[in-house]
Design a protein around this ligand. Sequence first.
Ligand code: IMP
Length: 172
Amino acid sequence: MIIDKILLTENEINSICTSLGEKITSDYQGSDLVLVGLLKGCNPFISDLAKKIDLPLEIEYMVASSYKGNTFSSGNVEIRLDLSKSIENRDVLIVEDIVDTGKTLDVVKKILINRNPKSLKIVTLLDKVEGRLIPCECDYVGRKIEKAFVVGYGLDYNDKYRNLPYVAIVKI
Ligand code: IMP
């Protein structure tokens, strides 16, 4: 795997988290907000984003997996870890690292809607809009990107490179 180009530097990621955090803080005033992070990729993003949201929120996690060491979606989304508590009548904001085909979020959204949250929205760091196979609108987007494969800041290739402090486009 070769790093082709840096897509987001640490500074750019920090600015994105700050502006998303300010917007979310203003939109969710007075709400009972729960962030639902989709592991493993959301890990650095949800930590940094949550620090920029000035609200008494809660953080929950799910593991929804569709990539099996490939650079394309297998289409089979499995839920391997579920929330630890009810989201009924709560304002839920799904936190995703990247949206590509939309299949992962389609499955997760259907599962969470069935649990009767008060509201259900999506924040993603990166949005590969051209990759969509299923319609999926994100309410908050850090950066729209071209249809390339990226690693770093939580994003992996074969479970590696999640620890890079920046996001890079790679050639496999
Ligand atoms: P979707 O179901 O096709 O929308 O894909 C969403 C999931 O695929 C994300 O949560 C990531 O785990 C993974 N993914 C999609 N694109 C990339 C990428 O460029 N690099 C690393 N993981 C990706």
